[in-house]
Design a protein around this ligand. Structure first.
Ligand code: C2E
Ligand code: MG
Ligand code: MG
Ligand code: MG
Length: 284
């Protein structure tokens, strides 16, 4: 459909759609370049055990410092990477780099890596993980993979197959953003998750809303009964952390502990947490 734009020009598409399509194509080309030239970076955010009162792990979060556009957040390029299939290559880099970084951390600190559905269901996922563990020297028990509930809308058989072969390696699997997606409780019975990561939307209302307490309590009770760990995402203040501790949530993650930080700052964070006693306790 031709459209007059008022400047004596005719466009054959809605200008906005045209612009969007062009931006997507441009971004796809930029993503390909970034894959080729190593243009991504990993940031890390601490996962803290309330139960043991110590640092347990870091979640690896991808960042894309774009040469012209500045830092692009994953929310702005992971969906396109997923649509184009580029996520498989990007995600492989993330797994390798995360394992490599974690292997340099002291003690038994783990790393958690986000894996998108297309990547999780790609035929060689277990091979990629095995090879990343072997070349980094990281023990499988120190790697945790995070998948979201959206995985359930695709092939259930394939998902189960991948879950079992990864767990056979000794890798742990967490269900990310729990409570926001499609999950039916029956999935929790048939899929072997090690951890439920309670979505930050449930944490946000904790200090105002009694029903938010009830939801957290129900999730932790259920997870305990199924032998799964719980972690609350998006913990921004001490009051939320205290409620979560009281409601039996095992681990927390959020700006209260730290924003995501680069690899160097992560090393410094670990050193600071170790303090003089050499224990990974929160000192502040
Ligand atoms: P996610 O896995 O649920 O990661 C948590 C997100 O919440 C991160 O956003 C983190 O910066 C943010 N966050 C952490 N604590 C707080 C808090 O206290 N308050 C608030 N408001 N936000 C907090 P980020 O880094 O922008 O990542 C967004 C999403 O992008 C991630 O959500 C994950 O789904 C995806 N993602 C990130 N890295 C990767 C990756 O390497 N591969 C894949 N497939 N997806 C990734
Ligand atoms: Mg995650
Ligand atoms: Mg999450
Ligand atoms: Mg989230």
């Amino acid at each position: 459909r031709a459209k007059h734009d008022g400047k004596g020009m005719f466009h054959f598409f809605e200008p906005s759609l045209d612009v969007q399509a062009r931006q997507r194509r441009e971004m796809e080309l930029d993503l390909r370049t970034a894959i080729r030239e190593g243009g991504f970076e990993l940031y890390f955010q601490p996962l803290y055990s309330l139960k043991e009162d110590r640092l347990k792990a870091f979640e690896a979060l991808i960042r894309w410092p774009h040469p012209e556009k500045g830092m692009i957040s994953p929310a702005d390029f992971i969906p396109l990477a997923e649509d184009t299939g580029l996520i498989v290559q990007i995600g492989e880099w993330v797994i390798r780099e995360a394992c490599h970084q974690a292997a340099s951390w002291p003690g038994d600190l783990s790393v958690a890596v986000n894996v998108s559905p297309k990547q999780f269901l790609s035929p060689n996922i277990a091979g990629v993980v095995m090879s990343a563990l072997a070349s980094s020297g990281l023990p499988a028990t120190r790697l945790e993979l995070e998948i979201t509930e959206s995985i359930f809308i695709s092939n259930v058989e394939k998902t189960l197959g991948a879950l079992h072969s990864l767990r056979a390696l000794g890798v742990r699997i967490a269900l990310d953003d729990f409570g926001t997606g499609y999950s039916s409780l029956s999935y929790l019975r048939s899929f072997p998750f090690d951890k439920l990561k309670i979505d930050q939307s449930f944490v946000r209302d904790l200090t105002q809303d009694a029903s938010a307490h009830a939801v957290i309590r129900a999730i932790t009770t259920l997870a305990d009964a199924l032998g799964m760990e719980t972690l609350a995402e998006g913990v921004e203040d001490e009051a939320q952390a205290e409620i979560l501790r009281k409601e039996g949530c095992r681990q927390i993650q959020g700006y209260w502990l730290s924003r995501p930080i680069d690899a160097r700052a992560t090393q410094q964070y670990i050193e600071r947490m170790r303090g003089e006693a050499g224990v990974l306790r929160r000192t502040a």
